[in-house]
Ligand binder design. Structure first.
Ligand code: S3P
Length: 444
């Protein structure tokens, strides 16, 4: 994709440090940035997005939207103007839409494209080609969409021009991506669409639809959308990504000295599971300047973190969905905590950018930690973390989690295959360096 900057960072070398301190502004929220581009494109009029995450995943969404005839100007790295074409204004792309590493982009587009008059094909990188897509294809087919997968995986081939009907769908897995795909298709359906979630999943799609003047209705775990409306352009302020802030929340907790102040962090209650987990482990976090989110649709706040002695806990099933992307960090927190941590109900982690349970277990084992891998999680015994070499399996969050672990290891850690950090956190290594972490990026 021409719009993407090729990235050179390929491996990290971390060295232990005693202190991290300073102020951190993490980049914009990935989930919200994807949705701002998609809904901005479908709205009538010009949408302005501030705080946009200019990482590879969201740039893949941006390129795809442009390919369907939408004029988008990225006037600054974090500022984007989208000239919305309305719900029925997208044009057929001339070639397949490449979502790179992004499962969110692929699944949300599956819903959106199911409702279009034209055919489309969605492709992705080697990691994305391994990820399950029947979870979106099945409910979309129930709505009348024509979607082909490759034995349940990408590419997705969507035949346009189908008339969709609203459905009531109880999701077998708690997935915000599946929920969002169905709601986006529901914009094009006849009749009401209702999605029932087995556990709370992030609700950025619902909040942002309301920002665009298209509210959904929620009763308990049921979200409904009535078709026939239109989206009005909006000004979207994207908060800092809590999933990116989480790396520094752990960094500030495990260092021996210092204090980190994380400004303008998104605190949507469907995302704050990690805060609750590390608080339960003993972390010293304070939230100040907390807004209700009424003006922007999303709550934000400043988080202050100071070192603390962490202890092992049981991370049970109900804590997982609200911390789904932060579980690799929970593995690291557990390895550095006193006592044992049991993570259960986290089988979805096996279907992320890598099989995060097995990749985290292999990495911690290579650093001398006793860990028992289970189908839905792990039992981790805290202990000294040696230095060594670990493979991130090209998973951005695994790479950054081990980079943070390096603060408290007994010797340097080399982390391989880290280029994909640019998908969600461009500038991670610079930010880490500014707060005193020792993180070298090598081009190998
Ligand atoms: C996302 C939802 C989550 C999360 C992903 C982003 C979203 O996936 O892991 O990083 O933006 O909707 P699932 O909803 O499939 O668990």
């Amino acid at each position: 994709m021409n719009e993407m900057q090729p990235t050179l960072q390929k491996s990290f070398l971390t060295r232990p440090v005693e202190q991290v301190s300073g102020q951190v502004q993490v980049p914009g929220d990935k989930s919200i940035s994807h949705r701002a581009l998609m809904l901005g494109a479908l709205a009538d009029g010009r949408t302005e997005v501030h705080g946009f995450l200019s990482g590879e995943d969201c740039l893949a969404t941006l390129a795809a939207v442009r390919k369907m005839g939408v004029n988008i100007v990225q006037s600054e790295t974090t500022t984007v103007q989208i000239d919305g074409v309305g719900l029925h204004g997208l044009q057929a792309p001339a070639s397949p839409l490449d979502m790179g590493n992004s499962g969110t982009a692929m699944r949300l587009f599956a819903g959106l494209l199911s409702g279009q008059a034209f055919d489309s094909e969605i492709i992705g990188d080697a990691s994305l080609l391994q990820r399950p897509m029947e979870r979106v294809a099945t409910p979309l087919r129930k709505m009348g969409a024509a979607i082909e997968t490759n034995a349940g995986r990408p590419p997705l081939i969507i035949t346009g021009g189908r008339s969709l009907s609203g459905i009531e769908y109880e999701m077998p897995v708690a997935s915000a991506q599946v929920k969002s795909a169905i709601l986006l298709a529901g914009l094009y359906a006849t009749g009401q669409t209702t999605v029932i979630e087995p556990a709370v999943t992030r609700d950025h799609t619902e909040r942002m639809l309301a920002q665009f003047g298209y509210p959904t209705q929620r009763v308990g775990g049921r979200v409904s959308l009535i078709p026939g409306g239109s989206l009005t352009s909006a000004r979207i302020e994207v908060p800092g990504d809590l999933s990116s802030a989480a790396f520094f929340l752990l960094a500030g907790s495990i260092a021996e000295r210092g204090e980190l102040v994380l400004k303008n962090v998104g605190l949507n209650p469907s995302r704050t599971g990690f805060l609750n987990i590390i608080k339960k482990m003993g972390a010293n976090l304070k939230i100040i300047d907390h807004t209700s989110g009424e003006a922007t649709g999303e709550r934000i706040g400043t988080i202050i973190v100071k070192p603390a002695r962490l202890r092992g806990i049981d991370v049970s099933k109900e804590l997982v969905p609200l911390a789904i992307d932060e579980i690799p960090l929970v593995f690291i927190a557990a390895a550095l905590a006193e006592g044992q941590t049991v993570i259960s109900g986290a089988e979805e982690l096996r279907h992320k950018e890598s099989d995060r349970i097995s990749v985290m277990a292999a990495g911690l084992r290579a650093l001398g930690i006793k860990i028992e891998e289970r189908p839905d999680g792990a039992v981790i015994k805290g202990g000294p973390l040696s230095g060594g070499k670990i493979d991130s399996a090209g998973d951005h969050r695994v790479a950054m989690a081990f980079a943070v672990a390096g603060i408290s290891a007994q010797a340097p850690i080399r982390i391989l295959d880290t280029a994909n950090v640019a998908t969600s956190f461009p500038g991670f290594a610079d930010t880490a360096g500014r707060i005193g972490m020792s993180l070298e990026v090598a081009d190998d």
